[in-house]
Design a protein around this ligand. Structure first.
Ligand code: GDP
Ligand code: MN
Length: 418
């Protein structure tokens, strides 16, 4: 899912006229100070990371003066919250809170629902999972009929909200649904939605996630990789993603794991796993013999030969790698000849560009194994490289196979020295 930071989500609220606190994003303590001068009132400084529970983790703090805000921003900008480095803070006007509510929408994929579900609770602020069921109003939206303003009025009223706040909140939940629909969200949440002493209702927080499969409808979001990808994509990563973006048959997951400068230090392998778990096994085994992976690649889910070909070519394009390793540590029920064809075509094109004796270790087994082995052996027979090909006999032997990669890498080194 494509996740958004709190301040990014709040921009959508602003456009749809859901009230939000006045706020300014800061990248440095100095910018945080300047933000307070501009807002000219007490503020809350909030860590901007793709994680909930920032309050409990110390990522939400209150400041009365620009100096205080600067100090807090320095503290928060250095923090790690749930393994994520804080790079920005949101400096917002402090609110005088009377009550905190929860409002959220998710897609329920269960067979009998398969649609958006509206949730409202008068007990906001905390994790919605820890709120007791009788305090959460739930409504499935009929996507054919659509949502009517009276639906959200009924939903909010069912939790005992009356008077002006009832109309304010129902209006916000209605607008929230409109954003959810327009942006193809998987989830959209305001926690807390707050009522202030001066009678305003505002979204004090926002969590928003857009469906990866719908990103093509939202080029305006500028999202480069439509899947969970927690680092800044490199050129290598973007090329890898282009195989997926244009072809949904099977999967190819590709990520650059070391910079070209690191790879140039030596000991790096072009890595190609088949299936998530198997790819992990191969990677661990390589690490145990003292080798590192330049990239992480995984082709599975019955990929086409063209997808495997493009992935293999990309792996082989990395300068400085000292081997290519196809780690098929699984008895795949996908037809493995697609892998065999793709790998052979890519290696036939790429190996001539590498020095003679370049190490290649291939483990491939599963459905159509015999044919696949023949394709590999015949297809690569005449190439000037050091190629070893293994089958199902070795599917449990990660340590041995990784040892072979290591032996070939050492041999390759000796040759290039002499
Ligand atoms: P989360 O912990 O990551 O969900 O971060 P939130 O944005 O929800 O902030 C955590 C809590 O801080 C909220 O539930 C509020 O109780 C409190 N909080 C956030 N903003 C304000 C504010 O402007 N004024 C006050 N008084 N409390 C706030
Ligand atoms: Mn929150």
């Amino acid at each position: 899912m494509a996740k958004f930071l709190e301040y990014q989500g709040k921009e959508f609220f602003k456009q749809s006229k859901i009230p939000i606190p006045e706020g300014i994003v800061a990248n440095t303590p100095e910018e945080a100070k300047a933000a307070v001068l501009k807002l000219a009132r007490p503020v809350v400084v909030k860590a901007q990371v793709f994680a909930g529970g920032r309050g409990k983790a110390g990522g939400v703090k209150f400041a009365e003066t620009p100096e205080q805000a600067g100090i807090l921003a320095r503290e928060i900008l250095g923090m790690n919250i749930k393994g994520l480095k804080v790079k920005q803070v949101l400096v917002e006007e402090q609110l005088d809170i009377v009550q905190e509510f929860y409002a959220g929408i998710i897609i329920n994929s269960a067979q009998d629902v398969r649609g958006p579900v509206l949730m409202f609770s008068p007990e906001g602020g905390m994790d919605i999972e820890s709120v007791s069921q009788d305090k959460i109003a739930i409504m499935n939206v009929d996507v054919i009929k659509g949502l009517m303003p009276y639906d959200t009025l009924n939903l909010v009223a069912s939790m005992g909200i009356t008077g002006k706040p009832l109309r304010q909140i129902a209006d916000i939940v209605f607008k929230l649904f409109k954003i959810f629909q327009k942006m193809d969200c998987r989830s959209l949440e305001i926690n807390p939605l707050v009522l202030t002493t001066d009678g305003r209702v505002l979204a004090a927080d926002c969590r928003m996630a857009v469906d990866d499969q719908a990103l093509f409808r939202h080029p305006e979001l500028g999202i480069k990789i439509g899947r969970e990808f927690l680092k800044e994509p490199t050129e290598f990563d973007l090329i890898g993603w282009s195989f997926e973006a244009s072809d949904f048959r099977g999967t190819s997951y590709v990520a650059e794991m070391a910079t070209p400068e690191e790879v140039a230090q030596g000991g790096y392998v072009g890595y190609h796993g088949i299936g998530g778990g198997a790819a992990m096994i191969g990677m661990d085994a390589l690490n145990r013999v003292g080798l590192k992976i330049a990239d992480y690649a995984d082709t599975s889910g019955n990929p086409t030969a063209s997808k495997v070909y493009r992935t293999t070519k990309l792996i082989m394009s990395q300068p400085g790698i000292e081997a290519y390793f196809l780690a098929g540590f699984m008895m795949a029920n996908q037809e493995q000849w697609h892998h065999a064809h793709g790998v052979v075509k890519a290696l036939r094109e790429e190996l001539p560009k590498k020095p003679a004796g370049f190490p290649v270790v291939l483990l491939l087994c599963g459905n159509k194994e015999k044919e696949s082995q023949e394709i590999l052996k015949e297809g690569l027979a005449d190439l000037d490289a050091r190629i070893e090909i293994y089958d199902r006999e070795y599917v449990y032997d990660a340590t041995f196979i990784a040892g072979r990669v290591k032996a070939l890498v050492d041999e390759y080194h000796e040759k290039s020295v002499s």
